[in-house]
Design a protein around this ligand. Structure first.
Ligand code: F3S
Length: 406
């Protein structure tokens, strides 16, 4: 791989041991993927591994102990937030996980992370421009960066994110290259989605039918909101590992079908019809029997208008005592919600708001939960799989509120 003179010096250790280790990781990955060079990154979105991944915790600490400092703007994905421990009540994490989690926080904070702890970094201080190269973790944010903003990122893993942040570099391969961004499958919308829930469902269908491909979606309204694109991408990424889709007339590099396919022909075509939406909802609904233990909302994190909608639905209602209604959100959005009076309405109904936290960071499998309800296709796919294997009632937010408050 070609390295500039400065990169050669970084690899030799002239910029310190953390930079040297980072360069070893990046050049190693670059050679696996046959990258020809390293390219500068405009920003990093870093993940905190589940605290039971001991190797990841130790790697973070190693970078920090070697004097690593982030030279690129680096935001943070949600994690097990120690400040929320009391809010979880009896659902405590084992002490060794809590400690590993705190060690991980300290390490990443020592290196200069922007502590926004959010899975929607593009709404919270990390907004790249069209064509810029970034190095992001978090599947829902990655697909948003590539497909809605038109920035360029691979599905970066934990460890590589920190190496990118310390060096300001990433090997150029995969979705950073023009030729790998060409559309591969044509998806024709023969059904017009009308709400957030159905954008979740479209994302699920696209993930299932185009797994590992670059789908080109034709027929979505040109002014589809960022929130709808957010949930659609999150579902597609979780169900099918989609890191880039082209929505014709929406994705900046896909103004037309021809531009999206870069002159290539689709490998195959599919049409999405109303019956496919119904089938997707049925497939995600895997609940068999028994009561709902919890309602999980805020996946991906909500915008302020979603907070407003939830406050409107919860007004003058009370959550049943036998259901834990969890809302995950970023600190910034919670602050806005407080200013606007939504937080008080939501909390006084009995909903618990977990700032900067995420259900997948917790050892839910030890909590005795069996059934949950959610309005998020990403959440439904995630918690019904290993290691939690929960049964899911998947429905829209209106129904989630009704069943939790009736
Ligand atoms: Fe965000 Fe956690 Fe869902 S990181 S996208 S709330 S799984």
């Amino acid at each position: 791989m070609y390295l500039t003179q400065e990169e050669e010096r970084m690899l030799k250790g002239e910029y310190g041991q953390a930079v040297k280790l980072s360069m070893e990781i990046l050049t190693g990955i670059g050679s696996v993927y046959e990258a020809k060079r390293l390219v500068p990154v405009r920003s990093v979105h870093a993940g905190c591994a589940y605290p039971n991944f001991v190797a990841s915790v130790e790697l973070m600490e190693k970078f920090a102990d070697l004097g690593g400092k982030f030279r690129t703007v680096t935001t943070a994905n949600p994690r097990l937030n120690p400040d929320n421990i009391d809010l979880w009540g009896d659902l405590k994490e084992p002490e060794n996980l809590q400690l590993a989690n705190i060690r991980q926080h300290r390490a990443i904070e020592k290196m200069g992370v922007v502590p926004n702890w959010s899975c929607t970094p593009y709404f919270e201080g990390n907004l790249p421009r069209f064509g810029e190269v970034v190095s992001w973790v978090e599947s829902s944010a990655i697909v948003f960066a590539n497909s809605v903003i038109g920035a360029r990122t691979n599905r970066t893993t934990i460890g590589v994110d920190v190496a990118s942040a310390i060096t300001g570099r990433i090997p150029e391969f995969g979705l950073l290259l023009d030729e790998n961004r060409a559309g591969e499958v044509l998806v024709k919308m023969e059904y017009q989605p009308d709400n957030m829930f159905n954008y979740n469902n479209i994302g699920f269908i696209i993930g299932k039918t185009c797994s590992g491909k670059v789908p080109v979606i034709e027929g979505l309204p040109a002014f589809t909101s960022a929130n709808k694109l957010k949930v659609m991408g999150a579902a597609a990424a979780t169900r099918g590992g989609i890191a880039l889709y082209h929505a014709v007339g929406i994705t900046p590099e896909a103004r037309t079908r021809t531009e999206a396919f870069k002159g290539n022909k689709p490998e195959y075509e599919l049409a999405i019809q109303e019956r496919d939406i119904k089938a997707a909802v049925e497939e995600m609904n895997c609940i068999k029997s028994g009561k709902i233990d919890a309602v999980l909302t805020g996946c991906p994190y909500p915008s302020i208008d979603e907070m407003k909608q939830l406050a409107g639905l919860l007004k003058d209602r009370k959550v049943r005592r036998d259901i834990m209604f969890c809302l995950f959100a970023s600190g910034n959005i919670i602050n806005y919600a407080q200013e606007l009076g939504y937080k008080e309405v939501i909390e006084s109904s009995g909903v618990k708001i977990f700032e900067g936290d995420c259900i997948v960071s917790h050892s839910v499998q030890a909590w005795g939960w069996k059934n949950i309800a959610t309005n998020s296709a990403k959440c439904a796919c995630t918690v019904s799989a290993a290691p939690t294997y929960l049964d899911v009632l998947y429905t829209d937010i209106e129904e989630c509120v009704k069943l939790a408050t009736t």
